[in-house]
Design a protein around this ligand. Structure first.
Ligand code: PLP
Length: 430
């Protein structure tokens, strides 16, 4: 039986406005913690979300805050996406779609992946999802048995381990901080045990900005084949690889790994559509069929209007908007790198892909702590917010107590202001 203890009476008199607007009336429900499932101890609100909330809170106190915590790009909506959405509404499209997405959209995604991997793909090998996040969650839920281990290069995007743990698996982290944020094949191989089921490969990488080269991907695919592992290949930032670095879809490097690879992607970053929640998972039909069954019980289908919008975009063949977005990000990166080149005790960020500068503060923290202090990246993030009004994400969100992630997907003017303040602050702290 559910046991919910109310600390105030919900019943109200007719004059009581709370009956019309209970949300604003601050009724407090105290739920005995014993009523919640044990699995609620397995996850917390993501630290990137927490950093965003801290930035918002600081802004409400009247302080000018420049928010560089976002995992998204400030942009208008692509015209083809906008037209597709409006046309869907005008056509009164308001019903569930096929669980794993409109057949036409899955065809269009299959064509997109075929062009990227130079292999034919069919709609039965695609599940359209509510963003890449759901694609990853589906993957964890249909692949992992309790106790299965999954290798994750660290620093890592925190959702990877969180979802793996919820699905009953065990994340095993592979340190990359001393190898330019790219895992060494020998380290990966040494971490494989009889329980290892999969490896997560995220390139371009969030948070580090590393882009894995061809040989690394070939080596990972070979290891996965030799040791019978799944590859969960997250290429959400694939549209943002900065020259001379190139994004290699892993199946274009290792076509024979197709039977053990799940491709995860979305339109959230490539078209600046985080709020539209359309992503996809592509892989062997048996996996997609299990994902379809799971999704039928979780979200039924992705949003119909958003699906039609993306379908219109893909059918239009319009690459102009994405090119414009890529140019904007390249300009922001160039501006940011030139300002950050003035950092004195922080190495230049790798920034090969995506739209994050990942700063390694190991040396700065060593100096600051040389007389016994215990400052870590969390303290630096708090001090940056309080002293300079610049909000960034602590590396502790990504399993690294000495890094900070600085998003540069915003307009150039506030970006310049924020990075100048950040550089001056980091150079001034001893
Ligand atoms: N994968 C990575 C590496 C990400 O950084 C993110 C979002 O930040 C996602 C997946 C999720 O993207 P979506 O908005 O499509 O769910």
């Amino acid at each position: 039986m559910m046991c919910i203890a109310e600390s105030s009476d919900l019943m109200s008199t007719p004059q009581d406005t709370s009956a019309r607007c209970p949300v604003g009336n601050h009724h407090h429900f105290e739920i005995a913690s014993a009523t919640l499932a044990q699995r609620t101890h397995l996850f917390k609100l993501s630290k990137t979300a927490t950093a965003k909330i801290a930035a918002k809170d600081a802004a409400t106190s009247g302080k000018e805050i420049i928010d560089l915590t976002a995992g998204e790009i400030w942009s208008d909506i692509a015209p083809s996406v906008r037209e597709g959405a409006i046309a869907a509404i005008d056509r009164n499209l308001n019903r569930y779609t096929d669980t794993v997405g409109l057949l036409e959209l899955r065809h269009a995604v299959a064509c997109k992946i075929a062009a990227e991997t130079a292999q034919p793909w069919s709609a039965e090998e695609i599940a359209v999802t509510n963003g890449a996040k759901q694609a990853l969650f589906n993957a964890a839920m249909v692949l992992l048995n309790p106790g299965d281990e999954v290798l994750i290069p660290a620093p890592y995007w925190s959702t990877f381990p969180a979802q793996i743990v919820v699905a009953g698996g065990t994340p095993v982290f592979i340190e990359t901080r001393h190898t330019n944020y790219v895992p060494r094949l020998t380290d990966l191989a040494a971490a494989v045990t009889s329980k290892t089921k999969a490896i997560v490969v995220n390139t371009p990488n969030n948070p580090t900005g590393a882009v894995y080269d061809y040989d690394t991907l070939a080596g990972i695919a070979q290891l996965a084949t030799d040791r019978n592992l799944w590859i969960i290949f997250d290429e959400c930032y694939g549209a943002f690889a900065h020259a001379p670095h190139t994004h290699h879809p892993i199946l274009s490097v290792a076509p024979r790994a197709r039977n053990r690879t799940l491709l995860v992607n979305s339109f959230s970053k490539s078209l600046a559509l985080t709020g539209w929640r359309i992503g996809y998972l592509a892989g062997p039909k048996a996996v997609i069929s299990a994902v379809k069954a799971l999704q039928s019980h979780t979200t039924s289908s992705p949003n119909v209007v958003a699906q039609h919008a993306l379908l219109q975009h893909l059918d239009s063949g319009d690459t102009g908007f994405q090119t414009q977005l890529q140019r904007g990000i390249a300009n922001a990166r160039a501006l940011g790198l030139s300002i950050l080149s003035e950092l004195t005790s922080v190495p230049h960020p790798c920034a090969q892909g995506g739209f994050y500068f990942y700063l390694d503060l190991t040396e700065l923290l060593r100096r600051m702590n040389s007389n016994g202090g215990r400052t870590n990246a969390d303290d630096i993030v708090t001090a940056l917010l309080m002293d300079t009004g610049v909000a960034v994400v602590s590396g502790t969100a990504f399993g690294d107590p000495a890094g900070i992630r600085v998003s540069y997907g915003i307009d150039l003017q506030p970006l310049e202001k924020a990075l100048r303040r950040l550089t001056a602050a980091l150079n001034g702290w001893r």
